[in-house]
Design a protein around this ligand. Structure first.
Ligand code: 6PG
Length: 244
């Protein structure tokens, strides 16, 4: 995969709260306009927690949540009760507060054997989503960004996952050795809308390198996220945008 990001919209917000409202307006635009179900793949890590809590507190009734089916872009191979669980974070900060029916929540079972769960979950996603060129088409994917340029759980030393023909694959966090399950690059880039949500000064350098295609950007998996036939947004707080 040699394409680098070329076509995207950047929105820089004064605060995480203002960024959350920007994201809410994007969801209102996309979800409320959709005729049928709207499927979203959530990201993990720490950044989304504040944004999810804001949505649950301020947009219970303004967004057509009843249409939304929730999936995950990646998960840590831990039980759903573990503090590392992306599902746990999303459930506590958003899904439980919106009373989303369990039938609309498709979590990655991090407690299962990773290889077994990759197969199982890929089948679930294939069944639930329409496919374009036999690749599932996700309506909206939320992505985070690591200081090392990783996104979802596609790390710089596993960039082969950007080209994989699998839907989900296993991965290993290069520092912690933690096992992960992640969407692959082709499925991510097949989405209708991709939204990077990035906050904090510690991300400013990697954001600058990727957006301005300089220094190590070719080493960063996030540099290769560009929807073939969709929209790409970078929602940044002013700290994360401080070097671009
Ligand atoms: C995960 C994520 C990962 C995350 C980045 C940023 O499971 O960790 O999906 O891609 O988005 O690591 O993490 P922070 O938001 O904690 O900085």
């Amino acid at each position: 995969m040699t394409e680098f990001i070329v076509n995207y919209k950047i929105q820089i917000s004064e605060s995480v709260e203002k960024l959350s409202e920007q994201f809410a307006q994007l969801l209102i635009d996309k979800i409320n306009k959709s005729k049928n179900n709207f499927n979203i793949a959530l990201s993990g890590g720490t950044t989304p927690k504040n944004i999810f809590e804001y949505l649950a507190a301020h947009h219970q009734n303004t967004i057509g949540w009843h249409k939304v089916k929730f999936f995950w872009g990646d998960e840590r191979c831990v039980p759903p009760t573990d503090s590392e669980s992306n599902y746990k974070m999303a459930y506590e900060s958003l899904l439980s507060r919106l009373q989303i029916p369990a039938s609309n929540i498709f979590r990655i079972r991090g407690e299962n054997d990773p290889q077994y769960e990759v197969t199982e979950y890929s089948e679930i996603v294939k069944k639930q989503l329409t496919q374009i060129n036999s690749i599932p088409k996700i309506d909206l994917i939320i992505l985070g960004l690591g200081e090392d340029g990783h996104t979802a759980s596609i790390f710089p030393n596993q960039k082969n996952l950007l080209d994989s023909d699998k839907i989900y694959a296993t991965a290993v966090h290069p520092e912690t050795g933690q096992k992960r399950i992640t969407l692959t690059g082709k499925v991510i880039n097949n989405a209708s809308t991709i939204v990077f949500i990035v906050t904090g000064k510690n991300k400013a350098q990697v954001v600058d390198e990727i957006i301005n295609q300089k220094d190590n950007y070719k080493n960063y998996p996030a540099s290769f996220i560009q929807p073939h036939n969709g929209e790409l947004y970078w929602l940044l707080d002013k700290s994360a945008a401080s070097q671009i």
